[in-house]
Design a protein around this ligand. Structure first.
Ligand code: RBZ
Ligand code: NIO
Length: 381
């Protein structure tokens, strides 16, 4: 498909058009089945709702087991780094990409632990990267521009990054993945995340701007003002009218745009996505603004220590499965949640019913919807 914006079929629009709400009949089947399993009704708590949601996504009960899983680590650099929002040099982005490819990062350890495959996507690393197994070379630009001086991306760059995220989701699913996991690497990307979250939720910068990799009070105060200045420059203060693609281009990162596309691409294929931390949360807000039903198959893997992540999850109506005060990114929190998601679905496949196991039943109510009440829970009836 050509990428000149004049295509008869535009990949982003076609992907959004293919996304459907969760299937209400399959969700009812899953709730009924959960109520017949040999356990007190509702006793698997939030995991019951995960299983119901994945049945709705698949349109069948039980839904396929969400395995094998693949994590895509979208790596990019940020022009806003020049504003002194993080103590880490920009080269660390490229150095960590090399570390991911060598298998030496936390994401590699956690992926090995839970049996997920790691792919690294150069969506916008400043340095030129050599070809390597496991590296998808899809650089849109060598990092974004400084959002306080102008738009971080051109409209075309933002679109191409979203398209690339869609394509990566399609490729991983074509390769056999049945659960996609978001990952990120980009020094300064918690600043872009805070700006996106403020723009999409209307929360003030001081509420959604955190300490990222770990910064002192003075740097944090500067970071909040950088986010405030960027929002003011682009007319994104609370209450402003915003087109999601314009917000992404103004203050987002190339990895945010790509992760938004990755979520859209997965939703169109009805493959679940486990979201990682604040970068994924910011990107999911963009995806939800483009297509609310894209959230139906998203599970919030964890809640990171970044304050903006909690704000993003609240706006998305997603309940995180794990809360371990992680603040790393790379996909690490989502990977830890993967066995929970897989276990939730395996219950629907393998646990005996009261009838089949000859266990006496005691009447009781099935579990309530406790995973989330946001736009992603829209269903067809
Ligand atoms: C060695 C190292 C490995 C990382 N892995 C993920 N991040 C995380 O920290 C960065 C965002 O934090 P900030 O906005 O404060 O720069 C991103 O690269 C994110 O993926 C890392 C950061 C560092 C330094
Ligand atoms: O929430 C995250 O994923 C996160 C937090 C701090 C730094 N990098 C990522």
């Amino acid at each position: 498909m050509e990428r000149n914006g004049k295509d008869a079929v535009n990949l982003i629009d076609a992907t959004i058009a293919a996304i459907r709400p969760l299937d209400g009949a399959a969700m009812r089947d899953a709730r009924d089945h959960q109520a017949r399993l040999t356990k007190p009704p509702g006793s698997l708590g939030v995991l019951e709702e995960v299983s119901v949601r994945l049945a709705g996504l698949a349109g069948q009960c039980p839904p396929p087991l969400p395995e094998p899983a693949a994590v895509a680590v979208f790596a990019a650099d940020h022009g806003v780094h020049a504003q002194g929002v993080t103590p880490w040099p920009q080269e660390v982005t490229a150095q960590m990409v090399a570390n991911f490819l060598a298998g030496g990062a936390v994401v590699n350890a956690f992926a090995a632990q839970v049996g997920a495959r790691v792919s690294v996507v150069d969506i916008g690393v400043a340095a030129e990267l050599d070809a390597a197994p496991g590296l998808l070379r899809r650089k849109i630009a060598p990092g974004t521009a400084d959002m306080t001086a102008g738009p971080a991306m051109t409209a075309g760059e933002a679109r191409r990054a979203v398209e690339t995220g869609i394509e990566v989701a399609r490729e991983l699913v074509a390769d056999g993945a049945r659960c996609l996991i978001t990952g990120d690497m980009g020094i300064a990307n918690t600043t872009a995340s805070a700006a996106l979250i403020a723009a999409f939720t209307g929360q003030p910068p001081e509420r959604v701007t955190g300490r990222g990799t770990g910064i002192d009070d003075a740097t944090h105060a500067r970071k909040v003002e950088v986010v405030r200045a960027a929002l003011a420059r682009h007319g994104l203060a609370a209450g402003a009218e915003k087109e999601p693609m314009d917000v992404l281009a103004a203050v987002g990162g190339l990895e945010h745009a790509a992760i938004a596309g990755f979520v859209l691409g997965a939703a169109a294929l009805r493959v679940p996505v486990v979201l990682d931390g604040v970068i994924a949360g910011a990107a999911a807000l963009a995806a939800a603004a483009l297509c609310p039903d894209a959230l139906g198959g998203c599970v919030a893997g964890h809640r990171s220590a970044e304050p903006g992540h909690a704000a993003a999850l609240a706006a998305l109506g997603l309940r995180p499965l794990v809360d371990l005060e992680l603040r790393l990114g790379e996909g690490t929190g989502a990977l830890l949640a993967l066995p929970l998601v897989q276990g939730a679905v395996r219950v629907l496949h393998e646990v005996a019913t009261f009838d089949s196991a000859g266990v006496s039943e005691k009447p009781g109510a099935a579990g309530a919807d406790s995973l989330g009440t946001g736009p992603g829970t829209a269903v067809t009836t």
